[in-house]
Design a protein around this ligand. Structure first.
Ligand SMILES: O=C(O)C(=O)C[C@H](O)[C@H](O)COP(=O)(O)O
Length: 204
């Protein structure tokens, strides 16, 4: 089993995190891990993101990766900050090669057959399906997964607590990603831990 496959099977849901304030990093990771969601994707969408990764890594049990990695420079920074895996919204040859050469577990975004074939050419077979709902939802992923029967996905984008189990019921889906676990605004860590517990209980 590859390390990215292992990470995808660790918990049914990967929280996609946009954290502006590094002071929130630890309590946020602690709440999510307490609820049972141990795989955390910190998007590089904020200035604080790399420091957030460094902080969250201190939380016992957390497996912290970087999301929104779009080029080799960001890949390098994410690895330097200690990311244990990398997620990208899409797959370019440049980023794909750099990620494969680095050896870090990599989950690139794909939305069509061409993306998946480009990934397979690079030796990748675990993908994010993004933007999952807008790209056609479950019927789209079913159609895409059929010709690529060994490929497994983490659908992300537009998935909610209510729809996650429908995605997770698919054979081709190992886990799904979503930002619903941490709503915008000042965090309620008790509610976040409870939401994580509900998500962690979903069957993968
Ligand atoms: O930042 C990235 O790298 C992305 O690819 C986008 C995120 O994965 C989605 O924005 C999460 O989707 P929602 O759960 O609908 O918020």
């Amino acid at each position: 089993m590859s390390r990215i496959d292992e990470i995808m099977r660790t918990a049914p849901v990967i929280p996609v995190l946009v954290v502006e304030d590094v002071a929130m990093a630890r309590p946020l990771a602690e709440a999510l891990v307490k609820g049972g969601l141990t795989v955390l994707e910190v998007t590089l969408r904020t200035d604080a993101a790399l420091d957030v990764i460094r902080e969250m890594k201190q939380v016992e049990g957390a497996i912290v990766g970087a999301g929104t990695v779009t080029n080799p420079q960001e890949l390098e920074q994410a690895i330097e900050a200690g990311s244990e895996f990398i997620v990208s919204p899409g797959l370019t040859e440049t980023l794909g090669r750099a990620a494969v050469d680095s050896g870090i577990p990599f989950l690139p975004g794909t939305a069509n057959a061409g993306d998946i074939m480009r990934g397979l050419d690079l030796g990748l077979d675990r993908f994010k399906f993004f933007p999952a709902t807008a790209a056609g939802g479950i019927p789209a992923l079913k159609s895409l997964a059929a010709p690529f029967h060994k490929v497994r996905f983490c659908p992300t984008g537009g998935i909610t607590e209510d729809t996650a189990s429908d995605w997770l019921a698919m054979d081709s889906v190992l886990c799904c990603g979503g930002s619903w676990l941490v709503p915008k605004g000042s965090p309620d860590y008790v509610a976040i831990a409870e939401g994580a517990r509900r998500a962690a209980a979903l069957a993968a």
